[in-house]
Write a protein that binds this ligand. Structure first.
Ligand code: HEM
Length: 541
């Protein structure tokens, strides 16, 4: 399957360089765009200076200590990356839709809003806010309907978000809105603020569900709101419900609920402790380069996508092809109607007592277990997506997502798992350090047997944080635990706290669009967005 990816265009959703507050720009080629690793491009320092000069970058920070002198050498990273990319470690209990909800959330957190405000004068304050993490759906709203650059995302009423139409069968409202123009590429381009949400079909259909969610709120929740305030009111309702769903449904599925609750009820202990809530948050590299890359373990190689592409024929490869960034919509300019998602196969509506909206267990898709293994296709990423030339070899290690994640850590001298345990203990967090035997043996995860003894020793002594948090999850029932759970829960808490609309600051908020005033899960969001109708949640039957 993977070789067929060659020749497709896709943008990565990761950063090429990291501007870390207090340290400056940490940039080093991973064999991609600047070519410095193969001697063809400018050295990293020159590139870093050029990037700094051209634009103030996204604001990353360092939560824990600097991992200088504790980074794995290239040989060990290659071997460890190969060990991790030996097929996923089996099914989890998590419905597969949550994998791509996670990717959507990642894009929301890391969205650079200033990219949709190019036509206007951006003040330094807006720049700061725009290049900082937030759980505020800028990736859905852009800079709002009144901003000249963002108006194109909205219907003529300036309130609804645009939706698109599929072909064969033609169905309105089942694809992202797509462009116009004189080339096929322009026509197929999604008209959404964050093009990364058209990187694969699963994240694109998730974005579409969020568009529908907003539009339903506009249709049903704005009675009595003065016209000039309607949009902002809708956005507030949508954003707060979305944050509630992340806190109470998404996070406890991927991380131990006790840690998530502890952070949300008792406050943070390790990240931006005591920050003025409305101050602009930063994004810790421990989250971006390790903790939240947990999602890579959840990706499946194949899906029972819908009634037509059933029994595993919804291969990951096709999810890329039937998007405009990962592929070319199969050569068309609109999505083929045969590829519309069946949300009943991605989320379990029996959680909301809707047995009529469920599929037999053998049709349902579960995410892969959160562990130290990723599926095989992710070790042969399409070269263009990671800045490599088209002719990069199929087995070129720079196409291996695991190797890339490990190498990013080295680039920024990320703290090791052991360093983070010590750091957290010093801040009063109750975490237990994994033993060397636990890190070596795991629980049906990556096998370190192919590393040389010296390489294995290095991994056990100074464990790369991404590997460490995945081993923690693997040994704790497939959920982030220990340092992994803390890093993720605290980062989300701070990002929500600093968002314009915030359920962390507005403690009186209670959801009104779910079954009762304390429940609003992803299934409730989808039921509301798709009017509870099978014809909308699974139009192909
Ligand atoms: C098929 C699905 C996915 C693919 C192909 C993919 C691919 C990538 C690639 C190529 C990178 C950049 C690697 C580098 O540093 O060079 C990346 C970064 C990242 N990915 Fe994914 N990813 C996927 C799904 C996910 C999911 C589901 C999550 C989380 C739930 C996730 C979280 C992240 C994060 C946090 C980063 C770093 C972002 C940043 O630095 O700005 N990814 N991914």
């Amino acid at each position: 399957m993977a070789p067929d990816w060659k020749g497709r265009h896709m943008v990565t959703h990761g950063s090429e360089s990291y501007y870390v507050i207090g340290e400056g720009l940490l940039a080093e080629s991973l064999g991609g765009r600047d070519g410095s690793q193969n001697g063809a491009g400018p050295p990293a320092a020159a590139r870093a200076a050029a990037v700094t000069a051209s634009s103030p970058p996204f604001r990353f920070s360092r939560m824990g200590p600097n991992g200088s002198g504790r980074q794995l050498g290239e040989g060990a990273r290659k071997k460890l990356g190969a060990a991790m990319a030996r097929a996923g470690g089996g099914n989890s209990q998590i419905p597969a839709g949550f994998t791509y909800l996670g990717q959507f959330i990642d894009h929301d957190l890391t969205f650079d809003k200033t990219t949709v405000m190019l036509g206007t004068n951006i003040t330094p304050a807006q720049m700061l806010q725009g290049r900082s993490p937030g759980v505020d759906l800028d990736s859905l709203y852009g800079a709002g309907p009144l901003d000249p650059e963002s108006a194109k995302f909205y219907a003529a009423d300036g309130l609804h978000l645009k939706m698109g139409k599929t072909v064969g069968p033609a169905k309105n409202g089942f694809d992202l809105p797509r462009g116009a123009g004189n080339t096929a590429a322009k026509k197929r381009k999604a008209i959404i603020p964050d093009p990364r949400n058209d990187e694969n079909l699963a994240v694109a259909q998730t974005h579409l569900a969020m568009i529908r969610f907003h539009n339903r709120v506009v249709d049903t929740q704005l009675g009595g709101v003065p016209p000039a305030q309607k949009f902002e009111k809708a956005r507030e309702i949508v954003t707060k419900h979305y944050q509630w769903m992340i806190h109470t449904d998404y996070l406890p599925r991927i991380a131990k609920a006790v840690v998530v609750n502890n952070v949300f009820n008792n406050g943070r202990k390790v990240f931006e402790v005591g920050a003025t809530p409305t101050d602009v948050p930063t994004m810790p590299i421990e989250f971006s380069i390790a903790g939240f890359r947990l999602g890579h373990a959840m990706v499946r190689a194949a899906y029972n996508w819908n009634k037509i592409f059933d029994n595993g024929s919804g291969a990951l490869e096709y999810l890329f092809i039937f998007s405009a960034l990962g592929g070319d919509l199969g050569g068309d300019t609109k999505l083929a109607g045969t590829w519309i998602a069946d949300f009943r196969r991605l989320y379990d509506f029996s959680e909301a007592n809707k047995p009529n909206l469920t599929v037999p267990p053998n049709k349902f898709n579960r995410a892969m277990r959160i562990d130290t293994r990723i599926v095989d296709p992710l070790q042969h990423l399409p070269p263009q997506t990671v800045g490599l030339p088209n002719n990069a070899g199929f087995n070129d290690v720079r196409r291996n997502l695991a190797f890339r994640n490990l190498t990013r850590a080295r680039m920024v001298k990320l703290a090791t798992g052991q360093q983070m345990v010590t750091f957290m203990k010093n801040h009063g967090v109750n975490v237990t350090k994994l033993t060397k035997a636990q890190i070596r043996d795991g629980n049906n995860g990556a096998d370190l047997g192919h590393l040389t003894q010296a390489q294995r020793e290095a991994v056990l002594k100074n464990t790369p944080l991404w590997f460490y948090v995945l081993r923690e999850a693997e040994l704790n029932g497939g959920k982030l635990s220990g340092v992994g759970a803390r890093i993720v829960a605290e980062t989300f808490h701070r990002a929500m706290e600093g968002s314009t609309h915030s359920i962390v600051r507005d403690t009186s908020f209670k959801p009104s669009l779910g079954p009762n005033n304390h429940t609003f899960r992803m299934v409730d969001l989808l039921l509301f967005a798709f009017e509870g109708k099978k014809t909308l949640l699974a139009p192909l039957g």
